[in-house]
Ligand binder design. Structure first.
Ligand SMILES: [Zn+2]
Length: 297
């Protein structure tokens, strides 16, 4: 377990769920109160406990568990983790609360969409009602010297939240997938995706005075005074235009994905060496965008 010290107050590590490296980053904010941002899937429990120990914290010293949203790769392990952290409470978007208390529908939906990858992630456990609460837009979690603010950022999911700490923001999946080696990010959407909301959330994130964008997939990205977010917006818009053209031409989702891979600079490189999670990710995003276009008719 290699722990990265991004700053005195922020540590992060590669969760490596089921041995898959470079896919899920877990962040730990160290202050008078300590917060874990994202939990990863159920199968990452042992590794996240290792990461917490590597950061020098005992399980009882974690006060907050703050996922950006509750898809399996972000909070599938939330119920498991909270059983190990006796003093921690989780905060989730109001629309996610009932699915955290009773994850049955989330699990069934995930199995339908992700197939064997859902089985590899593992089944979420329900969170006890006294261990989780809904967080409104703008609500602040006081960690001592730092205040973490919830910024509702729907689009990728209707229940997506970004966590803002001064000039750092934990962006979850609101700004796509970040590929350090390629120096760019590309959209990622599940089957239920709202493009208009996603772009509005992108604007909300851009309006912050931010130095670092902390991606879940994967790692810290310099914000470069809006340049990085502008790059993501360009991809989101280009992808949607390309998907729209495909629909108009009667193309199927696989053919549109092939065209995307051929036309978007460096996108094809994401298909190499990214493990089982990557396979089908872009196809899934094309389907998500087609779904949103269909819903506009
Ligand atoms: Zn994700």
């Amino acid at each position: 377990m290699e722990l990265h010290h991004h700053s005195e107050q922020l540590a992060w590590f590669d969760l490596q769920p089921d041995g898959v490296a470079g896919f899920i980053s877990i962040y730990i904010w160290l202050d008078e109160k300590n917060a874990v941002i994202e939990t990863g899937p159920a199968c990452g429990l042992e590794n996240i406990m290792r990461g917490i120990a590597a950061a020098g914290l005992a399980p009882e010293e974690i006060d907050w568990v703050l996922p950006t949203h509750i898809h399996l790769d972000h909070f599938g392990g939330g119920g498991h983790l909270l059983r190990e952290l006796p003093n921690a409470r989780a905060l989730v978007h109001p629309r996610a609360l009932k699915h955290v208390l009773d994850p049955q529908r989330l699990w069934e939906g995930s199995r339908a969409f992700l197939g064997p990858i859902a089985e590899m992630y593992g089944e979420p456990l329900p969170v006890a009602p006294d261990r989780v609460a809904a967080v409104e837009d703008g609500a602040v979690v006081d960690l001592g010297s730092t205040q973490l603010r919830a910024l509702h950022t729907p689009g990728h999911a209707p229940h997506h939240v970004a966590w803002v700490a001064d000039r750092e923001v934990f962006v979850g999946d609101a700004l796509g997938l970040w590929y350090t080696g390629l120096d760019r990010a590309f959209p990622v959407t599940p089957p239920r995706y709202d493009h208009a909301l996603a772009l509005a959330s992108l604007d909300a994130l851009e309006s912050l005075d931010t130095e670092w964008l902390h991606y879940t997939h994967f790692g810290p990205r310099p914000a470069r005074e809006g340049v990085s977010i502008a790059q993501v917006r360009e991809e989101f818009k280009a992808w949607l235009a390309l998907v729209r053209d495909g629909v108009t031409a009667g193309e199927d989702a696989a053919a549109t994905t092939a065209r995307l891979l051929a036309e978007r600079p460096r996108l094809a490189e994401t298909e190499q060496g990214m493990g089982p999670h990557q396979a089908g990710t872009h196809l899934g995003s094309v389907r998500g965008m087609r779904g949103w276009l269909d819903a506009q008719l």
